[in-house]
Design a protein around this ligand. Structure first.
Ligand code: NDP
Length: 288
């Protein structure tokens, strides 16, 4: 084997990761709270152990894939002594500050810490399109990289352990708000009997056409170049959004997803920024 990786947590994600590591020539040691889930892994050649303390002693790299920040701390804190000197890669989803707190805890106990975020679903692990983000100890990333690259592209974000989670959360924020928009379109169109499959196709075509515009808008944001508007101004966009809200309600569909955008545009208009580009809404998002 290329080395031994210990996987803590055999949920949907941990199981896919453990299987992929074996497939690519790594020996695996596995631990899971519910011991029964280790059985298929043992049949596939893994070594199962009953406690985290034992699990961390056998691996060169310890990969934690539990539920959340609390489950990480409840389970890893009692094994701090055994983790000393090890590389702990925690790819459990957490907030940036939770990742930083775990990094500080690890530093106190002499544990080399790398935080991670998984931009993939279990079925994608080890396949094209699978992407994982990492931040924290740079040397640990260099050492763990060959094993981590078997799971998907391994992208190092920087020494601040919170960076991987921050990008994860930012991308997920964009995803959920985009999907929220898709669901709103489906709800509007089904009032006239259009199947969701048709609206989904229409939305995908529309977004595919308009999303590249973001690349030309981005430099304007970096330069705070809003007024006069290089693109659509607030005076144009504000009534356009108001019309979408009215149209949605006329069909008996809530426009709650759009109201916050309208509120930001109202505020820009009310403070004399009607000629500014509507994307200056980004400045409204910073909580002062
Ligand atoms: P699952 O619900 O399938 O598995 C959860 C795992 O966490 C199980 O191994 C479970 O153990 C363990 N666990 C939960 N609570 C505790 C606890 N208090 N103490 C010890 N172990 C605990 O989740 P996933 O495998 O899908 O997700 C794991 C992580 O990966 C999460 O942070 C998730 O956000 C992240 N992730 C998942 C993605 C996905 O598509 N599934 C995508 C991107 C990230 P037990 O078997 O005993 O219940």
């Amino acid at each position: 084997p290329k080395g031994t990786v210990t996987i803590l947590g055999l949920g949907a994600m941990g199981s896919a990761i453990a299987a992929r590591l074996r497939e690519t020539g790594y020996a695996t040691t596995v631990w899971n709270r519910t011991a029964a889930k280790t059985e298929p892994h043992v049949q596939a050649g893994a070594t199962a152990v009953a406690t985290i303390a034992e699990a961390v002693q056998t691996g060169d790299i310890i990969l934690a894939v539990l539920l959340d920040h609390k489950s990480i701390h409840d389970n890893l804190e009692p094994a701090a002594a055994e983790l000393k000197g090890k590389i702990l890669v925690n790819i459990t989803t957490t907030t940036p500050n939770e990742a930083r707190a775990t990094a500080a805890w690890a530093a106190e106990h002499g544990i080399t810490y790398l935080d991670g975020a998984i931009m993939a679903v279990p079925e994608m692990i080890g396949r094209p399109g699978s992407r994982l983000l990492y931040s924290g100890d740079e040397n640990a990333f260099a050492i763990a990289k060959p094993a981590l690259e078997t799971l998907g592209t391994a992208e190092y974000q920087g020494t601040d352990a919170g960076l991987a989670s921050l990008k994860d959360m930012a991308l997920l924020s964009a995803m959920y708000q985009t999907f929220g928009g898709l669901l709103q379109a489906v709800a509007m169109m089904r009032t006239v009997g259009t199947p969701a499959a048709q609206t989904a196709e229409d939305v995908i075509n529309w977004l595919t056409a308009v999303l590249p515009v973001m690349e030309s808008l981005a430099p304007l944001i970096d330069e705070r170049n809003y007024d006069p508007a290089p693109g659509q101004d607030v005076a144009f966009t504000r009534p356009a959004v108001a019309s979408i809200i009215t149209a949605s309600r006329e069909q008996g569909v809530s426009a709650d997803f759009l109201e916050p955008l309208k509120k930001h545009l109202d505020e820009l208009a009310a403070t004399g920024r009607g000629t500014a580009d509507w994307i200056s809404v980004v400045e409204q998002l910073t909580i002062k």
